[in-house]
Design a protein around this ligand. Structure first.
Ligand SMILES: Nc1nc2c(ncn2[C@@H]2O[C@H](COP(=O)(O)OP(=O)(O)OP(=O)(O)O)[C@@H](O)[C@H]2O)c(=O)[nH]1
Length: 205
């Protein structure tokens, strides 16, 4: 049975090269950082809410517990997910599931955890889809899968999120794209401008 309230992990451990370096989650959108928007959306849905980041975490200023990657060399979001699962197993043993989201999706659904958890009842894991596009970084993962993930990363050098989703039997959960894609992500300065325009058109986002 999937618990109603999973832990949450915002993955902010990447290098943001397409944004020109720095942390894309610290870019401002509608007067606040993208990360602050994400934290506000997730906080009512998860417990605890954690931040996955590398280097000095004080720059984020969110006051969230920080979990750093344990595998060296920025091997991608799977390394952040593994760090989060290991943290839960060690420090929050009553929590059996982890909801992961990237640090660049400012319009995440407010029913994200509930719908993924409902879908994961049978399979144990679930991930988001919108408009037929798969977003496996937005997923719900059992803490019990951490040794499998570690083996994939360390022994098989697996880097692809979608392969992890398939490997763990995760089921896709579709969200509508109206009025905007809830998984719209911001990789570049142009993406940020486009998101500002959307926010101006739909202030309730
Ligand atoms: N923990 C961790 N997270 C990562 C790593 N690489 C990417 N991510 C996260 O995975 C999500 C998607 O990352 P991308 O947008 O593909 O990569 P990025 O490094 O953030 O940005 P680019 O350098 O522009 O590709 C973001 O939330 C990143 O923070 C990594 O090596 N470790």
């Amino acid at each position: 049975m999937t618990p109603a309230v999973p832990a949450g992990l915002i993955l902010a451990g990447g290098l943001s090269r397409r944004m020109g370096g720095g942390d894309k989650g610290l870019q401002r959108l509608g007067g606040e950082t993208i990360l602050a928007r994400i934290a506000q959306r997730l906080a009512p849905q998860v417990s605890p809410l954690l931040l996955n980041a590398n280097g000095p975490a004080v720059r984020f200023g969110l006051g969230l517990p920080v979990v750093a990657d344990t595998l060296p060399g920025h091997p991608g979001p799977l390394a952040g997910i593994l760090a989060g699962l290991d943290h839960l197993a060690r420090d929050v043993p009553a929590t059996r599931f982890l909801l992961t989201v990237p640090s660049d999706c400012p319009f995440l659904p407010r029913d994200l955890a509930a719908r993924l958890a409902a879908a994961a009842q049978g399979s144990g894991a679930a991930y988001a889809v919108s408009g037929g596009r798969e977003h496996p970084v937005v997923g719900l993962w059992p803490v019990a899968s951490r040794d499998t993930l570690r083996r994939l990363l360390v022994e098989e050098d697996e880097r692809r999120m979608m392969n992890w989703a398939r490997h763990s039997g995760a089921v896709p959960v579709e969200w509508p794209q109206a009025p905007v894609d809830p998984f719209l992500n911001i990789n570049t300065p142009d993406d940020l401008l486009a998101a500002e325009r959307l926010l101006a058109a739909y202030p309730a986002l």
